[in-house]
Design a protein around this ligand. Structure first.
Ligand code: UD1
Length: 427
């Protein structure tokens, strides 16, 4: 397994371009299952999760070609196999999103229960309840979800009203896709409002879906008989952008993050400013600078447009270096503080009580060997390594990082970081 070695202390300076959004590309790739013909996605990041889903689409009978920033998914002449095995689904939780499109299109599907980052129980009950509301008959058997369409209407799902128990991004996306080919109107309430949901709705509408209200609490989908292929440019990754913004702030640097969308980061930007950073719009993105000391700042994660849980670990590193005490409350996942024990090994002073972390700022962090435990925790360790002064930092098990960040070491090196990848290091 690869490791990342960082000699910290260099302020990051310069321009960096954000890649396409993983969390937008994944559901859109699943949506290609809804149409005949060839779908083309552009600005797709080259990430392990994308390759995992491409392999799954191939297994399902789609001719899937991953190019330089593109993925083409061809359905012609496909030998459809609506069955997603554990070996592929366990690598990435979002794979469960093939269930709804397969069921909507072919009237049946069998998909393994998902794996993914170990940041909590992460059930899929709401996805399944929503599909059941549309008439699906669902059974769980030896780790697999078996779903069949209703007996009536030749197995075609039917429109339904469904209210999510809590706000779930992929759940909202999943039901939007399934409802697109259902018979009649579906009304989804308590929906996620994340930009990735809105983007998926735009893509589905370009394929012929009739979706209204995406980006609000309530989404209405009028099912259609068939969809056509899409050709779509994936939007920039707001979490990757946010990670670079925190890295710039943590190292007291000055970085323009090209492609970052200010509109999609209000909750996060206001907290960066509270922490003492200067954040401004640039022609082609967002500029982050810091000259003065870091101020303690409390954050509570929340669904969009609140502070994203996917930025909590990275922001915690900033607060480790702030001049005082910060309180970080995690409201989305029950086990998302796994980075705390690793940051403590680098000299951070953090108390965890339930879903709250009390961060007592320290003057500096020192390098150490640390273990990446999940995707965003890994990003926080990279930022900690960029700041740590006294020793170098080795981050082991970086395959988590490779799930969500494209060439992160090259991008950060271009900004002046002393960072290298060590191939096949011992973990
Ligand atoms: C998405 C993002 C992920 C982000 C998360 C929260 C993608 C591919 N992933 O994950 O990066 O961290 O939103 O912003 O877009 N839950 C239920 N029942 C369900 C499903 C979820 O109770 O059926 C709960 C979970 O326990 C958790 C919360 O809802 O507390 C979010 O869960 P999860 O399903 O992991 O979020 P996603 O929408 O898949």
């Amino acid at each position: 397994m690869d490791a990342i070695r960082i000699r910290g202390g260099n302020p990051l300076r310069g321009r960096i371009r954000v890649s396409g959004a993983k969390n937008a590309a994944l559901p859109i790739l699943c949506a290609t299952l809804l149409s005949p013909g060839t779908c083309l996605l552009r600005n797709v990041p080259s990430l392990r999760d994308i390759h995992t889903l491409a392999a799954l689409l191939r297994f399902l009978g789609r001719d899937t070609e991953v190019g330089e920033g593109t993925v083409a998914v061809r359905a012609e002449g496909a030998n459809v196999r609506p069955e997603a095995p554990y070996e592929l689904v366990k690598q990435m939780r979002a794979s469960v999103l093939v269930l709804g499109p397969l069921l909507a299109r072919y009237g049946r599907a069998r998909v393994s229960l998902p794996g993914g980052c170990a940041i909590g129980a992460r059930p899929v009950d709401q996805h399944l309840k929503g599909l059941e509301a549309m008439g699906a008959r669902i059974e769980l058997d030896r780790g697999y979800i078996t779903a069949k369409g209703p007996d009536t209407e030749k197995g075609r799902l039917r429109g339904a009203e469904f209210c999510f128990d809590n706000v779930i991004v992929t759940g909202t996306e999943h039901l939007m896709m399934a409802a697109s080919l259902a018979k009649g109107r579906t009304v989804l309430s308590n929906c996620a409002q994340e930009p990735e949901v809105t983007e998926l709705a735009q893509v589905l509408n370009s394929m012929g879906s009739q979706i209204q209200g995406a980006g609000s609490h309530q989404i209405t989908i009028d099912g259609v008989d068939e969809l056509r292929p899409c050709d779509h440019i994936v939007a920039s990754d707001r979490i990757e952008a946010g990670t670079f913004m925190v890295a710039a702030a943590a190292t007291a640097g000055d970085v323009i993050v090209e492609g970052a969308s200010f509109e999609h980061m209000h909750g996060f930007v206001s907290k960066l400013r509270d922490a003492g950073c200067t954040v401004t719009r640039d022609d082609d993105g967002v500029r982050v600078r810091r000259d003065g000391p870091l101020r303690p700042t409390n954050i509570t994660t929340a669904p969009y447009p609140g502070f994203p849980t996917d930025m909590q670990a990275q922001f915690m590193v900033l607060m480790c270096l702030a001049n005082g005490r910060s309180i970080i409350t995690e409201m989305i996942f029950e086990n998302r503080f796994m980075h705390v024990s690793e940051l403590a090994r680098m000299g951070a002073n953090i108390d965890v009580r339930g879903n709250t972390a009390i961060v007592h700022g320290v003057p500096n962090l020192s390098g150490a060997s640390v273990m990446a435990t999940d995707l965003r925790a890994s990003a926080s360790l990279v930022i900690a390594g960029l700041v740590a002064t006294s020793h170098e930092t080795d981050i082991l098990r970086v395959y988590h990082l490779d799930r969500g960040y494209e060439h992160i070491e090259h991008k950060l090196a271009r900004l002046g970081a002393d960072i290298t990848r060590i191939k096949d290091a011992r973990a």
